[in-house]
Structure formats: C-alpha cells, structure tokens
Ligand binder design. Structure first.
Ligand code: TTP
Ligand code: MG
Length: 372
C-alpha cells in the first residue's frame, strides 16, 4: 500500500500590516512608534487602535485598545498616530496575494493579511524543502512590494496557523508531523481557534490549561459539556488533527458561454437546443471547480446587435443541472414573449458562485470568525 501523502500547509501572516504599509509609504516613520487608529470622530481621541508597529508594542500598545490609552502609554515619546487608509492597504494586499498565489498548489486568502498555501505537490511532501521555498517567497515579496511576513508550516491548517504566531515579525516556524504533539502540548488552550475567553475560563475550571491537558481529557466528557460539534472539534484540534482543505473561496464571479446561432431566428426549439449545449458546458465547469450558483441569466444578441437579458435569482444556491435547464427554458419563453426581433447570438451565465461546502469545513470556518 502506498503511504498516505503527508500534506504541507503554510499560513502566511503579514507583519503589523497596516502600520507596515504606512512605513513603506513614509520610511522616516520606521524607528518611531507608529499607531494606526480607527477614529470614531466623536472627540479628537475617541476610537480604538487598529494596529501598531513593533516599536509601539514595546510600550504596551495593542490592537483594540482605546486610543487615549495608547496616547498615554506613549506620552513624551516621539510617536506617530495615523488614521486607517484601507484602500491603500488593500492595494498592497492584492499585490502580495497575487505573488503568493503563484507559489501554491492551492491558495486560500483569509482576511486582508493572511493566506493559507497548500504546497504539498510543490515540495513533494517534503518538509525539509519548506524553508528554501519560504525564503524565495519572502525575497520575491520584499523586492516587488517591500513588505515582510511571518510563516507557519505544518501538516494542516490548524498547526500552520498556530505556528505562524510563534516567531514574529519576519519569522519562520516549521512543525513537522512528528513534532505536532510536543509543539502543541505546552501552549495555553486559547491558542486554539474557537477557544475564546469564556471557553478558556470554563476549561480552566475543569483543570484544562494547556492544549496538552485538553488533548488527554476524556472526549466523551467534552461532548457532554460543550455539545457534540464543539466537543469533537476541541478533542481533535488539541490532538493536532485537522482535515480541512486549502480552497480558494469564490474563484470566479460568474461563468458564462455565448454562441452564434446557425441562422437568425425566433424559433424556440432552435434556440433552446443551443442553450442546452451551453448549459452543459457551464455545468461541467461548475462541477469541476466544485461551485454552486444562485443566479441564472440568458443573454440574447439580436440582429440589430442590441443585447437583451433575462435573469432570475434562486432562493437557495444549487449545483444541479436540472434547475439550470428548467430555468433557462423559462427565461427563453419569457424573452420571446417580450421581444420580437430575431436572435443572432445566445448566451447563458451563472453567477453568485460559491464553493460547495463540506460539513466539516463549516465548523472551522465558523470558528475562524467567531470566538466562542
Ligand atoms: P493581525 O495580523 O492580527 O495584526 P498585524 O498584522 O497588525 O500584526 P502581526 O504582526 O501580529 O500580524 O491583523 C491584520 C490587520 O488587521 C492589522 O494590521 C490591522 C487590522 N486589525 C484591526 O483593525 N483591529 C484588530 O483588532 C486587529 C487584531 C487587526
Ligand atoms: Mg498580521
């Protein structure tokens, strides 16, 4: 039997991102504490710290802290406070993500400054080669954009994510499969995705402080206390188990096909035959990319080259071809009732595309955005 291919997954996290963008735009800021603030506008100082550079962090400035408190910590220090310039950070993020995407077999961006890369094929499943690849990525991004980042590498997303926080800024942390348990065991439980303050307190009452404590805690008891979904998740996560794939979210906005009819016509049968061919092709692409659709449009280019479209949005995302066949038929009927010019070209488009979700992915994706 062939051994199961060991995955190699990376999490790239851009360093003190908003503040680093500001330093890039104005290098004289580099040695000073830089604080990026979300100003609420009520009074001059009301609002919260979005992020700060590492110089400011030495003075105790943290994300989420009220701005007046950050000012107090930096009293008498030559420091710089700037408002969030989201468009600028987004532009830099887009450039960086496009570069990083080129290094991955599969790429999944999570938020403006983080992305998972599956590099299993690229590295032939070999963790030894990860460091050289990361240096290449770092140099590339540094040269093309001028931004540094930290990387965690592990056999899955869970380990990669925790590893990425171990060595910041500009760090690299590689955790090989055989090191996973020793790496996780001493860390506090709140390092796990989904363990927020409340859950950590509850676990502490149960005598669980570290991920190692959680890993060896009776799984059945965890299920009784936290419910099935979370109990199972906590048990496997603490044991370093995570099978979630790295998948690009919403790759394409829409998929469409258009074709010229053999003759200009208003004949329902002739047009629907072409539509069915196009539908078949679109369905193949959806299936291959594991996408669902929610909106269907037919587009008619008429003999005077004017374009008309008819569109409908389904109540629920779907992946079947039947709905596509049925609704394009209805849309064509509607169109022919409402327009009298013969059709020259006919097109079909599906939009509001989404990745087909697997049950298991839903829990971790939920935990990604909601600390419980
Ligand atoms: P993070 O990656 O959490 O933080 P960071 O990139 O500033 O610092 P680190 O070097 O530790 O990775 O968040 C990314 C960006 O998201 C950050 O630059 C600003 C923004 N952000 C907020 O606006 N509010 C917050 O509370 C946090 C945590 C981040
Ligand atoms: Mg970051």
């Amino acid at each position: 039997m062939l051994p199961v291919q060991q995955r190699v997954v990376m999490l790239v996290d851009l360093d003190y991102f908003f503040a680093q963008c500001e330093e890039l735009r104005n290098p004289t800021l580099k040695d000073k504490p830089v604080v990026i603030g979300m100003y609420s506008g009520r009074t001059e100082d009301s609002g919260a710290v979005s992020t700060s550079n590492y110089v400011a962090r030495k003075y105790g400035v943290k994300s989420g802290m009220p701005l007046f408190l950050a000012k107090k910590r930096l009293e008498g220090v030559d420091s710089v406070f700037l408002p969030v310039d989201h468009d600028f950070y987004q532009q830099l993020s887009d450039k960086i993500m496009n570069i990083l995407r080129g290094y991955a077999d599969a790429f999944e961006q999570v938020g403006i400054d983080e992305a998972y890369l599956d590099v299993t094929q690229k590295l032939h499943g070999n963790f030894e080669e990860a460091i050289a690849l990361i240096h290449e990525m770092k140099n590339d991004v540094k040269k093309q954009v001028g931004i540094t980042f930290s990387v965690g590498v592990g056999p899955n997303k869970l380990v990669a994510k925790i590893a990425s926080n171990q060595n910041k800024p500009d760090g690299i942390t590689v955790i090989r499969p055989e090191q996973v348990n020793d790496f996780l065991a001493p860390l506090p439980v709140d390092k796990l995705l989904g363990v927020g303050r409340k859950t950590a307190l509850k676990m502490e009452e149960l005598g669980i402080k570290t991920i190692g404590d959680l890993a060896t805690y009776d799984a059945q008891r965890l299920i009784e206390i936290f419910g099935r979904a979370l109990g199972v998740y906590f048990h496997s996560a603490a044991n370093g188990i995570d099978n979630e794939a790295v998948v690009e979210a919403g790759e394409a906005e829409s998929i469409s096909r258009i074709a010229t009819l053999k003759e200009d016509t208003r004949d329902f049968e002739v047009i629907i035959q072409k539509i069915n061919q196009l539908t078949e092709e679109i369905y193949k692409e959806l299936d291959q990319k594991k996408l669902t659709y929610k909106q269907i449009t037919i587009i008619a280019v008429r003999i005077d080259l004017t374009t008309r479209s008819r569109s409908l949005t389904l109540e629920k995302s779907t992946k079947g071809i039947e709905a596509l066949r049925r609704h394009t038929r209805e849309l064509l009927e509607k169109y022919l009732n409402e327009s009298d010019l013969p059709v020259r070209r006919i097109g079909v488009k599906v939009a509001q595309l989404r990745k087909e979700e697997k049950k298991q992915q839903q829990l971790t994706s939920f935990l990604q955005t909601n600390k419980v």
